[in-house]
Structures are given as structure tokens and as C-alpha cells.
Design a protein around this ligand. Structure first.
Ligand SMILES: [Zn+2]
Length: 245
């Protein structure tokens, strides 16, 4: 007995179009998977937002976003300091009027002079990133010496901005600002914001480079270009807005 197979009706133009669309979609998906695998393998972790943050990674495309997420959460900030083996001690919470040191730490050896000022955790972590990946490389590249100390004028001070009674509270009132007056190098040289900021010499180039790096990482970076009150230091703080003067 002879079997006859049923014949299918010819595909309509609509069915053909859907088949072509499905095939193109499959090819695109495969290309996207291959591209993602390539990026995952070829790009360094500091450029990939889904890779964990590490203080050992140089600054990359995703550093700012990762740092913003971590510094927004005090518990996560302290967890990162712990995980990264940054020596620190929790500073006691102190509140005086509108001023507070809540969520602050003292870094163990962060090359700060004087050592161990009270710093809100987000300031401490951002300072560590800046010191390791901006200041230290700039000192070696521009001045040919390792960094020995970052000399500062303080972090916490219970006051309004410029000490004016009618002004808003300073970031120093929450230990979230650091005033950097200069740098000491391993070869004994000292670089001072007051003395060396203006000029064409390597010390001035170094100060410009660390200032540019600070502008990227901190909320506000104010220096001699801003006003006379900042002629002798860089004010670095964790303001939620970005200001680079
Ligand atoms: Zn300041």
C-alpha cells in the first residue's frame, strides 16, 4: 500500500518575515553573549561595574560609581576597610550641638601627619583611594620620590563655614572634610600648597595633578584658585555635590 504524506501549504509572507526576524534575533543574542564574554575577559576589573571594588585596583571607568555606592552606606564603608586590611579604629560618636562624629574612624597608618585624625568613613576610604592611586603615583612620576606624609591641618572642627555664625555648618562639623597643607617625600623634600602651588616647577605640577585627582574623587575640592582662605591648603570634602575650584 502506498502512503502519501500530507503536503504543507506554502508559507505566507508574514510567516517568512517572522522566521527571518527570529533568526536575526538569535544571531544578535549570540553576538551579545560573545561580546560580553570578551569584555569580561579583556577589560580590567576597575572598568567593570559588576566586579567588586578593591583598593588595589587602579582608577578605572567604574571606580567612581563603585565608590559612590560604598561611601553612601557607612556599614558597607567600614566592611570595605576591613576586607581591604586598612588598619582603623572606630572613633567614639560625639555630638556637640549641630556637630557630630557619628560613623567616624581613625586610620592606623595612612601616611597622615598628624596621624589618625577622626574621619567619617566615606572620607577615610576616599582619602585612601586618592593617596594610593593619585598622590603616590604623582610623587613618583613628577618628583621622582616616594610619598612619606600627607601633612594636614585637621578634619573635625565644630563650626560653620569660615567660622561665620550665620553660615551653614561646615563639612568639618561632621568630620567629613580634610585640609591638606602639603606633602613630605621620602627623600626629605617638602611640597607646600602655600609656597609651591603657583609656578612651572615639578612641585607645582605635582600639586596640580593631586588636585585634579581630588576633584574626581571628593565632593568638593577647594584650593588657592578658589579664594584667599584656601591659599595654604586643599579643602577636600564629601559634599553630595561636585565642586572643583
Ligand atoms: Zn576645610
Amino acid at each position: 500500500m502506498k502512503l502519501t504524506l500530507p503536503t504543507l501549504p506554502p508559507a505566507t509572507p508574514g510567516q517568512l518575515a517572522w522566521a527571518a526576524f527570529g533568526s536575526a534575533l538569535l544571531e544578535l543574542s549570540l553576538a551579545a553573549i560573545l561580546l560580553a564574554a570578551f569584555v569580561e575577559k579583556a577589560a580590567p576589573p576597575q572598568d567593570l561595574p559588576w566586579k567588586p571594588f578593591s583598593l588595589n585596583h587602579p582608577l578605572g571607568l567604574a571606580t567612581d560609581a563603585k565608590l559612590a555606592l560604598i561611601t553612601a552606606d557607612p556599614a558597607r564603608c567600614r566592611a570595605v576597610l576591613l576586607a581591604e586590611d586598612v588598619g582603623f579604629a572606630a572613633a567614639p560618636d560625639r555630638t556637640e550641638g549641630f556637630c557630630t562624629t557619628a560613623g567616624s574612624v581613625r586610620l592606623g597608618d595612612a601616611k597622615l601627619s598628624p596621624n589618625g585624625p577622626v574621619m567619617r568613613c566615606d572620607l577615610a576610604l576616599t582619602y585612601e583611594v586618592w593617596r594610593r592611586h593619585v598622590v603616590e603615583p604623582a610623587a613618583r612620576k613628577t618628583l621622582g620620590s616616594d610619598l612619606s606624609r600627607v601633612e594636614h591641618l585637621g578634619t573635625y572642627a565644630c563650626r560653620n563655614i569660615y567660622g561665620k555664625s550665620d553660615a551653614r555648618p561646615s563639612n568639618h562639623a561632621t568630620a567629613s572634610a580634610l585640609d591638606v597643607a602639603g606633602f613630605r617625600l621620602a627623600d626629605g623634600r617638602q611640597v607646600s600648597v602655600l609656597r609651591d602651588y603657583d609656578g612651572e616647577d615639578p612641585e607645582a605640577a605635582f600639586l596640580q595633578e593631586v588636585r585634579r585627582g581630588a576633584c574626581r574623587l571628593f565632593g568638593a575640592t577647594l584650593g588657592p584658585d578658589y579664594n584667599a582662605a584656601h591659599a595654604d591648603h586643599f579643602h577636600l570634602d564629601m559634599s553630595p555635590y561636585s565642586l572643583c575650584r
